[in-house]
Design a protein around this ligand. Structure first.
Ligand code: PNW
Length: 439
């Protein structure tokens, strides 16, 4: 797997790194509103400045190139490139054109996500993803961006992690817009997926040379309980996390078990929607972080019971590389239509220590190497995996956890915006230099 045909990259997202929240006519997004609402984000942190990447992008392109990675995954900020009437914001578009050209000049492949959670606030004010019209607005946005940036992108992704947008945004309220109603969440998911399908048509028409896909976060669910109900609970966990998104995309239907879990929460769908949603994909992006242990809740669902004595990260997430192997091989078994896969995110937050001026992150180094082994094993089992992106290039705004949780292989000192490659980044760089020598 470790040859230059298997892409190794680093990933970021617009709201998490760009800052410049009001520059050049950028409109507010739901994350500006959410992070400015007291109690929503740890320490009241916001993305107003973040890593100031909007102003420091040239230096950041140098940084990415210095790692010798093959590819860079970024996202476009919808409220930066389109005004409330749907007209282009030329300054915002020019930023991404400059950035993508610079990446291409360095020989980097570009993976561009259209929606990494920063919905324009004016669309949320009109109902957000619960409103079917947002799917149509998303297709307009995809149309604009793919006409403007055609030829500069190797692989488009429509959405990043629709599960997070729908469930964390509209059911448990941990993410923007902070709504708490499962009926909203299932409707939001349907419109996210519909928006995806409509956007796929625009991307293919406007940029025929690029790959078109979507990115889903997947979680492994297991149980330490002994009953059949507990085993069913673990299945339901995965149905709720993974199949809620993957079945519509790859089987053109929602898993029926969802409506046992959430009676009465079926979304309103129109004739033809599932065919739009299930349009063929060139690739599927998979983001994997951890395993969740569950038992039966005694009714039709599951309850999480954290396992004791396992290794956890700065997020409290269990380190469980086996889960990535289990999921990848399971998808190959269960989805005849499974397209080629890129691991579009994997990585860990850790509490790094500065020792003699170097940033030491031993937990991240072990995490990455164990997950690479899991991916390698899945490739050997015949799963078609074409690349792997580390989340993240650099420390950034970790959503509800603000700046306290650090996922970067490059350390960011937010007071000075100094970027310092951590030990993990040095290892990645050395690994890729060795690979280049072998080729
Ligand atoms: C992903 N969960 O978010 C996102 O794509 C990134 O922007 C983010 O920084 C990264 O993973 C680390 O969190 C997730 O609760 C957030 O299962 C929450 C979950 C999964 C992914």
């Amino acid at each position: 797997m470790w040859n230059k045909d298997f892409l190794l990259g680093v990933a970021t997202a617009a709201y998490q790194i760009e800052g410049a929240a009001t520059a050049d006519g950028r409109l507010p997004s739901i994350w500006d509103t959410f992070s400015a609402t007291p109690g929503k984000v740890l320490h009241g942190d916001t993305g107003d400045v973040a890593c100031d990447h909007y102003h420091r992008w040239e230096q950041d392109v140098d940084l990415i190139a210095s790692l010798h990675v093959d590819a860079y995954r970024l996202s476009i900020s919808w409220p930066r490139v389109m005004d409330a009437e749907g007209n282009p914001n030329r300054k915002g578009l020019a930023f991404y054109k400059r950035l993508l050209k610079a990446l291409r000049e360095r020989g980097l492949k570009t993976f561009v996500t259209l929606y990494h959670w920063d919905l324009p606030q004016h669309l949320e004010d009109a109902g957000g993803w619960v409103n079917r019209d947002t799917a149509l607005r998303f297709a307009d946005y995809a149309d604009l961006v793919s006409r403007e940036l055609a030829g500069l992108v190797d692989a488009w992704a429509t959405l990043n992690e629709p599960w997070c947008s729908a469930y964390l945004g509209y059911a448990n309220g941990h993410h923007a817009p902070g709504k708490q109603d499962i009926v909203f969440a299932t409707q939001a998911m349907h419109h996210l997926l519909l928006g995806h399908g409509l956007a796929v048509r625009k991307l293919r028409a406007n940029d025929p040379g690029a790959q078109v896909g979507i990115v889903a976060n997947v979680g492994r669910g297991t149980t330490n309980g002994g009953s059949a109900a507990d085993r069913r609970a673990a299945e339901l966990f995965e149905i709720q996390h993974n199949n809620w998104v993957l079945d519509p995309l790859l089987k053109k239907q929602y898993p029926a078990a969802l409506w046992e879990l959430w009676p009465g929460a079926q979304p309103m769908a129109l004739d033809g929607d599932m065919d739009i949603i299930g349009a063929p994909l060139d690739y599927l992006g998979i983001n994997y972080y951890f395993r969740t242990n569950v038992v039966s809740d005694g009714a039709h669902g599951f309850t999480e019971v954290p396992l004791a004595g396992v290794e956890r990260t700065q997020m409290g997430w269990e380190v469980y590389p086996q889960g990535l192997y289990d999921l990848l091989t399971g998808f190959k078994r269960n989805y005849p239509q499974l397209p080629p896969i890129y691991i579009t995110e994997n990585g860990t937050a850790s509490d790094d220590k500065v020792v003699d001026g170097a940033v030491e992150d031993p937990q991240r180094i072990a995490f990455l190497s164990r997950h690479w082994t899991a991916v390698d094993s899945a490739v050997k089992e015949g799963v078609d995996i074409r690349g792997y992106f580390i989340w993240s290039l650099m420390d950034n705004f970790e959503w509800a956890f603000g700046y306290e949780r650090r996922f970067g292989i490059v350390h960011v000192d937010y007071a000075t915006q100094a970027r310092t490659p951590k030990r993990s980044a040095q290892l990645v760089k050395r690994f890729l230099a060795d690979r280049a020598r072998r080729e």
